[in-house]
Design a protein. Structure first.
Length: 154
C-alpha cells in the first residue's frame, strides 16, 4: 500500500489501494525534508482511515514540506469535505474523471493545480479516443472546491 522512494527533489511516497482501519502510516510519519505523496492509486477511504490519515499528515507536516501529486477522485472527495485532510500540504496535481459526449469515451486526466487556480477552472481537454473536447464527469464547481477553499490546517 505505501512505498517510499528517493528522487532528486526529495522523497516520493506512493500510496495505493484502500485507506481504512488497517492503514499503517508509521513510515510516512518518520519522514523529513521534502516529501511528495502520489495518491493516484487510492481507490477508497473510510472514516477510520481518514482519521488515521489526518493524524499522520499532521505529524509529517511538523518535519517536512509536503505536497500531494495526482490526487485520485477518492482523495478529492476528502479534500472537499474533511477539515485537516490536507494538513499543511499543497496539491500539485489531481486526476479528473473525463467523459466525451461525442464518442462516449471515459478516461482520467491529470490536471496541474496551479494552472487550474490561475484559470479559475479546468483547461480544455481533448478526448483520448476521438480528439473532441471532453468534459469533467462531475460538477466542476463542486469538484474543484478544494482549490478555492483548502481544508488546510494553518
Amino acid at each position: 500500500m505505501l512505498q517510499i522512494g528517493i528522487s532528486p527533489d526529495g522523497k516520493v511516497v506512493t500510496i495505493n489501494g484502500v485507506i481504512d482501519e488497517n492503514a499503517d502510516f508509521g513510515a510516512l510519519q518518520r519522514l523529513a525534508g521534502r516529501v511528495r505523496i502520489d495518491l493516484r492509486g487510492v481507490r477508497r477511504l473510510n472514516s477510520f482511515g481518514c482519521r488515521l490519515w489526518v493524524d499522520a499528515v499532521r505529524v509529517l507536516a511538523a518535519r517536512a514540506k509536503v505536497s500531494f501529486v495526482a490526487c485520485s477522485s477518492a482523495i478529492i472527495d476528502q479534500l472537499n469535505t474533511t477539515y485537516g485532510f490536507l494538513g499543511s500540504a499543497t496539491v500539485e496535481s489531481f486526476i479528473g474523471p473525463m467523459r466525451c459526449d461525442a464518442c462516449d469515451a471515459e478516461f482520467d486526466h491529470v490536471f496541474e493545480a496551479r494552472a487550474c487556480i490561475a484559470d479559475e477552472g479546468l483547461p480544455a481537454v481533448a478526448c483520448t479516443s476521438c480528439g473532441k473536447r471532453a468534459e469533467l464527469d462531475d460538477v466542476e464547481d463542486r469538484y474543484l472546491m478544494f482549490l478555492r477553499e483548502p481544508t488546510q490546517i494553518r
